[in-house]
Design a binder for this molecule. Structure first.
Ligand SMILES: *Cc1c(COP(=O)(O)O)cnc(C)c1O
Length: 423
């Protein structure tokens, strides 16, 4: 088993008081009237929200899109996007100090970023991995698409519920089979049943998101490594660790990646988005770790300058020990707050909160309320943006929503609002 790398302990650190929580959005109203049903105006707004949501397919419209297309909405808290707001703040503090103030933004925008291999080399140093086993992507979504199109052939096995690109981005000639995680078992992943299914279906690609999106379920590191051993015969094994920074085993806040296992398992590809744990989805940064011949095969399809100047700045920052140390404090602070938030959510009557090792919780309504109604209500009356899961395969009962943890005041506001609305 791989020994987790030591992480610095949580020290007190306060970045500048930059308030970056959606500054372009209008301020919320001072007092929201409390009514039981929707008013005519609210009904019209709800219809527009539902329409936008439908048009966005199996993803949610971003806070940007909502604010632009429905300016009457006064969004206050974005609990739909799954990011660490403290990390965004930390990134912005560095960005101001090192790019904006010294007037270096122009170079980031005017010049080409480094080529894929150059950025991979920088990343290799900080991740302590061979650079030729790293593929840098314009967000993990690009990597998922590249992998599915280059390596997946007849059949892919995906757990449900899941992050939809894993079945949506496949080639038209790829068959998708699902492993249903049952809500009666709290969406727990069962390795034995899974291997049974793999033997029966013989997929050439399997996908495990750890922790899983949208339920936050987590497969402990030791079990996952055992599973990889059992999956040696499967040509492509994708492990998506986009939320791994939030998942800790034991009492210290260390997390366990299987990226190092790529050396032992040439069929393994570990996908990592930087969007969520660093709160920088807008700059599109992600990478994957896989056998060097796989990286070469992907690069053969292009991807020369697929990062941006901003993403390269981020990766440079990420490589620095001083940033790592600050980030670690923000990561731990966020995990602590998130745990408190999930515990408070679970106390609210009428909600069932599924166990989560990520920075969001899958919530089921068990008092007759419909998730879409509650999501619209939260957005219209309280400015809280959450996500219904009606469009998620395996969760189409109309009762599920996913709520992301935010900073402490925002979490408290979400709890207060939910209590008022359904408690
Ligand atoms: C959000 C997400 C991604 C994609 O992230 P990018 O913003 O494209 O880097 C990949 N996998 C999972 C599980 C996600 O939730």
């Amino acid at each position: 088993m791989v020994v987790p790398r030591p992480r610095p302990p949580g020290l007190k650190f306060k970045p500048f008081g930059l308030d970056i929580s959606a500054p372009w959005l209008p301020r919320p109203p001072k007092t929201a009237p409390r009514r039981l049903g929707f008013t005519t105006r609210e009904l019209a707004l709800a219809e527009r929200i539902k329409r936008l949501k439908k048009e966005a397919g199996s993803h949610s419209p971003s806070a940007w899109t909502l604010a632009k297309l429905i300016p009457e909405l006064r969004m206050k808290v974005d609990a739909c996007f799954l990011s660490n707001p403290y990390a965004t703040k930390l990134f912005l503090m560095h960005f101001h100090r090192e790019v904006i103030r010294p007037r270096k933004l122009r170079a980031l925008l005017e010049l080409y970023p480094s080529q894929n291999r150059v950025i991979a080399t920088k990343l290799g140093r900080v991740l302590d991995l061979e650079p030729d086993s790293i593929f840098v992507g314009n967000g993990a979504a690009e990597i998922i698409q590249a992998i599915l199109h280059r390596f997946t052939r007849q059949k892919i096995l995906v757990n449900l519920p899941t992050f939809s690109p894993y079945y949506e981005f496949v080639r038209p000639d790829t068959q998708v089979v699902f492993n249903f995680l049952s809500k009666h078992e709290e969406f727990r992943f069962d390795p034995g049943a899974y291997l049974e299914l793999v033997r029966r279906e013989r997929p050439d690609t399997v996908v495990l998101i750890n922790p899983n999106n949208p339920d936050g379920g987590y497969v402990p590191h030791a079990i996952l490594v055992e599973l990889l051993e059992e999956l040696r015969g499967v040509p492509n094994v994708i492990v998506d660790e986009s939320f791994i920074h939030f998942a800790c085993e034991g009492n210290d806040f260390a997390y366990w990646s299987v990226a190092e296992e790529v050396e032992r398992f040439p069929n393994l590809m570990v996908v990592k988005s930087m969007s969520k744990d660093f709160g920088v989805a807008g700059i599109r940064a992600g990478y994957a770790v896989m056998a060097p011949d796989r990286v070469r095969a992907l690069l053969g399809n292009g991807f020369l300058w697929n990062s941006s100047g901003l993403a390269e700045y981020f990766f440079d920052l990420y490589s620095r020990p001083d940033f790592q140390e600050r980030y670690e404090r923000e990561r731990i602070r966020f995990i602590r707050n998130s745990r408190r938030f999930f515990a408070a959510l679970a106390q609210i009557d009428g909600l069932h909160v599924y166990p989560t090792s990520a920075n969001f919780a899958l919530v089921e309504l068990c008092n007759g309320l419909v998730a879409e109604e509650l999501v619209c209500r939260l957005l219209i009356r309280r400015g809280i943006y959450t996500r219904t899961c009606d469009d998620k395969k395996g969760l189409e009962t109309g009762k599920f929503l996913r709520i992301a943890a935010r900073n402490r005041p925002e979490n408290a506001y979400i709890i207060r609002s939910l209590r008022r609305m359904i408690g």
